[in-house]
Every structure is written in C-alpha cells, then in structure tokens.
Design a protein around this ligand. Structure first.
Ligand code: ATR
Length: 276
C-alpha cells in the first residue's frame, strides 16, 4: 500500500515541502505520497491522533505547531526535547517519534561552505525556536565561541540555560552586537525580520568584517535586505535555502533510510519559489 507522509501547519498552502518530497519519492522509487495539511491550533491534538489512527508513516511540523505538538507525541528525541521543538515525526510501529532536523540541517549547510566551523567565532542573531535549534546543533558540533544577541535578553538567557552542551557564550543586546560585529567570522540571522518587504535590518552591518560569512535562515525572499547589505560589504552570503533543503533531507533519511541528493532538492524548491 502507498505510504502517506504530510506536513502540518497554518498557513500551509505555500509550503515547498510537498513538491520536494514527492519528487524524491518518485526519483528513488518509493511508493509514497506527501500532502500539505492545514491544521488550526485548536485542532492540533485531534489532527495528530487522526494521522496516527490512519497510519501515517511520517510527517513534518511547521509554524505554529513545532512546540505545541510535543505533548501529543509518544516519544521525543532528547535533543528535540531540550530545543523544545519538533519538525519531523516518524511512525515507528504505531508510535509517533519526534525529532528536530532544523538545527542539524542548518549546520550541514554551513559545513558545506565553511571548514572547521568549530574553530570559528560565531554570532547568532535571535533567540526564538529557530535560533535554539541552530545554537544547540552548533554547540553539539563542538563550537568553541558562540555568542548570541536578541531584542529580549531573557529569551537568550533561557536558551543558554536549556542547552545540554557547554559553550563559551556572551549574550549581547542588538546594539552591543552591532558594536562588536568585527569580532565575528560567521553571523547567523534567525529572526523573522526580513520576511516582509520593507522590513528594516535586525542590526546595522556598519562594523562587519569584509571577509565575514553571513547567513540568513529566511529563503522567501531569497535575499533579504540583511543579506544584500552584507553582500555589498564583501561578505560571503548564504540564504535559508540550504537549511530548508538539509532539514528536509535529514527528515527523508529518517523516513526512508535514503540520504537524498540535496542539489536536486534545491532545484525543485527554486522552481517552486519562482512559480509561487
Ligand atoms: P522562530 O521559531 O521562527 O525562531 P520565534 O520563536 O517567534 O520564531 O522567534 C522570533 C525571533 O525574532 C526572536 O528572536 C525575536 O526577538 P524577541 O525574542 O525579542 O521577541 C525576533 N524578532 C521578531 N521581531 C523582531 C523585531 N521587530 N525586532 C527585533 N527582534 C525581533
């Protein structure tokens, strides 16, 4: 029987995941179908139990359910538990197991561009769910210098407290980070600033090193104002496509045992973005 996979979220109509995973299933000869499912916050519990009842093989979880789904799962991977967010669920003999492949997907994408990331001085802008996944994954990769800045300092402090790995970390306000920007070789923008046209910069890039590597986890638009400005200052830039594709690749591997071709996935997402 054909296996069923899905992504649940609200909104969900513009998700690139169905096109990406259905292409992979066809390419690797896996008899499966991946569907976008619109689930309201109030219906999450019923939706998860319903998916389990009909024998879903696995699914992705996106905004706004990544945190709130945890109590409805049968098991949660310890890293996902400490991050406090699940983006991938695997049905193991009728039990729903939750994982987080967002942070590890980001680090995989970063490692393709930068050698020895554990030796780099890294700044993460933001302390929300995405920043938590990325910070924990970089910390688990053995990064020695990993600083954080956020509008709300308390949230950055919470992130640090919840991390199971010990890393040397300064927590800065956005203004302090602006002043200290020249210290960093790698800067990772994880806030939602830049998703909307006319959004300002999360912080000024005045003090950016010319040889810095600047990553923004947003991929729609492909190049936020932050990335454009960093590029103008001579930095090497990376958009959120790598993270998106790599989180999907790690999910696909958990479901099928196949590590898929990420270059192929990137092409599919780019063409879906253009058609959107
Ligand atoms: P996600 O799960 O996508 O990371 P989130 O958990 O809502 O989303 O986190 C959003 C991040 O963007 C946070 O770091 C947030 O800062 P606060 O912790 O201070 O809320 C940041 N952010 C969103 N809008 C912002 C703004 N206008 N100025 C500065 N930071 C902003």
């Amino acid at each position: 029987m054909q296996k069923l996979f899905a992504v649940i979220g609200d909104p969900i109509a513009h998700s690139m995941s169905p096109a990406m995973h259905n292409d992979l299933f066809a390419h690797y000869g896996v008899d499966a179908h991946y569907m976008p499912l619109h689930v309201n916050k109030k219906d999450l519990r019923e939706a998860v139990f319903g998916l389990k009842a009909i024998g879903v093989s696995g699914f992705n979880v996106t905004v706004p359910h990544k945190e709130s789904i945890i109590p409805f799962l049968d098991a949660v991977d310890p890293l996902a538990e400490s991050i406090g967010a699940v983006n991938t669920v695997v049905n193991v003999n009728g039990c729903l197991h939750g994982f987080n492949t967002d942070g590890s997907g980001f680090v995989t994408g970063l490692q393709q561009e930068i050698a020895d990331i554990e030796k780099r001085k890294i700044l993460i802008i933001g302390a929300g769910g995405a920043a938590r996944g990325i910070y924990f994954a970089l910390a688990s990769a053995g990064t020695k210098k990993l600083d954080l800045c956020n509008r709300t300092l308390k949230k950055a402090e919470m992130l640090l407290k919840d991390c199971p790995y010990t890393v040397s970390t300064n927590i800065w306000t956005l203004q302090e980070a602006e002043m200290a920007l020249a210290d960093y070789e790698v800067i990772i923008q994880t806030t939602s600033i830049g998703l909307k046209v006319n959004d300002p910069l999360p912080l000024s890039l005045r003090n950016l090193r010319t040889n810095a590597f600047v990553s923004d986890i947003i991929y729609n638009p492909l190049h936020t104002l932050f990335l454009q400005e960093a590029g103008k200052k001579g930095a090497k830039i990376q958009n959120g496509l790598e993270m998106f594709v790599n989180q999907g690749a790690l999910a696909f591997e958990k479901w099928t045992g196949i590590m898929p071709d990420t270059a192929r996935m990137k092409k599919i997402v780019l063409s879906s973005l253009k058609a959107d």
